[in-house]
Design a protein around this ligand. Sequence first.
Ligand code: C5P
Length: 411
Amino acid sequence: MSERLDLQGRHIVLGLTGGIACYKSAELVRLLVKAGASVQVVMTEAAEAFITPVTLQALSGRSVYTSQWDAREPNVMAHINLSRQADAVLIAPASADFIAKLAQGRADELLSLLCLARPAERCGLLVAPAMNREMWAHPATQRNVAQIAADGAHILGPGCGDQACGETGDGRMLEPAELLADVVAFFQPRLLAGRRVLITAGPTFEPIDPVRGITNHSSGKMGFALARAAAEAGAQVTLVAGPVHLPTPRGAVERIDVMTASQMHDAVLPRAAAHDVFIATAAVADWRPASLSEHKIKKEGKKVAPTFELTENPDILAAVAALPQPPYCVGFAAESENLLAHARAKLQRKRLPLIVGNLGPATFGRDDNALLLVDAQGHAVLPADGSTADKLTLARSLVAEIARRLEHARA
Ligand code: C5P
């Protein structure tokens, strides 16, 4: 897959403060640059004890700033110039001491000075704490973190796990890939802020005996991309996933793993009414074996192959759409031909406001796809120019379409 350029055109000031997690910031610079951002690194004196400006200059392609008295700036106002050019200031790692400084509004060196001087309404402050677990848990640190969050900073993490000091607990800086995902999410429009979105994803697996079953080729990628896109857009997401090997998207995503269609049904139905939107991307098996063999069905001693009686699975989407006050229901139709006709028939049969069609064999497991949106008003393709796009790009466009329809319904 080609590199995603989610940060194309964004300028980020990356501030490093004192902490062993500085070594991860080298990789972070690389990821930010690969995602299309221009990165200006600013380091405190303590950060320079952990990693040299040379490394960060080489990775960012820009000389690093370390002093408020930097004579390269004709007006000798690096704190003003750097913060005016930035779309966001990201402090990673943010030490306990630096967070305390931010909380107090102190400004005795370049990085804290530019945080204070930044135009807050158009330049966000993202803070990735990194410290020993006792330092993180200390009431003073918690007070300071709460204060800077109340002042508008976005706190990224911290993570939990092994620490450089040999202890284990909360306080680790997030991994560079996690920080990248959070920075990308920060720049997405909050189209679903305050909304709750329920998504089914992946295949289901209908057991025949303890080792065999009926399933399909759905990878879950579209549903997981939608969960990520909805969370980026500010929604609280519940993701009910069939058996897939995909990491849970970052952010406000509660994941419930299920195996069979019945389990998916039982996970979805009691929760559906508490959500504003239900997106059924799962490729739910239509039938399951009528009975489950307690032990493995053996080949030995059988002259004819066993046969199975099948019974129909519940239609989860139709059941949610038939609730007295259903969420806004979006169905998926994976077809091998006549996409528009089949999608429209499904829209009517399941009484849905919106159905998203795609060509089944062409999409399962793939990263690129094209979607056909069908509703009572008509139909439209995504991407709009008739090309294909990766599933996260499609998911963001679909989230925007859903948000527009929700606003319309509300108005
Ligand atoms: O009925 P059909 O499988 O063609 O419709 C596909 C849509 O219905 C998808 O959105 C799928 O997630 C949903 N579906 C469901 N429960 C089923 C079968 C399909 O929610 N048992």
